[in-house]
Ligand binder design. Sequence first.
Ligand SMILES: [Zn+2]
Ligand SMILES: [Zn+2]
Length: 354
Amino acid sequence: MDTKMISLSKIEPKKGMELITKDIPTIKDDEILVKVLAASVCGTDVHIYTWDNWAQNRIKNIPQTMGHELAGEVVKIGSRVNTVKIGDIVSAETHVVCNECEFCLTGRAHICKNTSVLGVDRDGAFAQYVAIPAANAWKNDPSVPPEYLSIQEPLGNAVHTVLAQDVIGKTVAVVGVGPIGIMAVDVAKAVGASRVFAIDVNEYRLNLAKKIGADVCLNALNQDLVQQILDFTDGSGVDVVCEMSGNGIALNQAFDYLKLGGHISILGVPTKKIEIDVANHIVFKGITIHGITGRKMYETWYQVKGLIQSGKLHLKDIVTHKLHYTEYQKAMELMESGNCGKIVLMFNQEKTND
Ligand SMILES: [Zn+2]
Ligand SMILES: [Zn+2]
């Protein structure tokens, strides 16, 4: 096997990402080496690429390989690994957890206090090879194309958010239909929500939401959003809000059109503190707020697998761009424009034009 590989890495503390040659990672006894086939682009990658405040404070190990949402083939296993074998097609839970803290020991490893994240705190998957702990490998059905397998990690975020409360027969508003919001729309429809509202300020994304099956698509910029949703719901508002935007105005509007006793699950990460009316929006409405981080390990992964097997998800529509890794610049520009669903970079394959 070669000793060098191609990697898309952050090499300087400023905007950008570079295609560089570096050593193929070595693995520890409990790790595996994965030959990456597909790696999808996450909002986190865009934060690191643009080098915003969050990235500047979080990324400690430059140069670092970016990317964390992957599907690939196991090519090497550590001496203590017996759960995965060479040739398996795997994806990865990107939260590498300690398995020792209170949260890990009580089935809540997604909030492990010693979490390190692939592609953020350790070298990631935008490369020909990535090393991951065997415990984080998720064995895939190899008949599913790798571009769809690679999006299971963010799909897990969508599943975790939507299924944090009962949505069967309920009205659900998804606020912010970027890639994870689009998946949330799809999941809510697949599991039997009665009516799904998609809300965004980007027409491309609203159209995509429509295509996936959102019942009502509303542009938050040019309409009286709250009143419209109340009109669509006989004045009572929606049962469930999935907040994916991280936007303070959008969040406050959501409290306005959330039904009494409703549920709001928040995945979107605001960049600053948001003022909310605790008395009127939370206490007197008797609502429940769920903070959503990561995926339940590994309940969410089983749900994702089952939903993919059900054939009810529109993976072909969700993945709007399948690009060769050398087209990473285009991928980042598309992500910054917002005019895309999920973008997947293909590795270890010839460049094609589809
Ligand atoms: Zn991600
Ligand atoms: Zn832990």
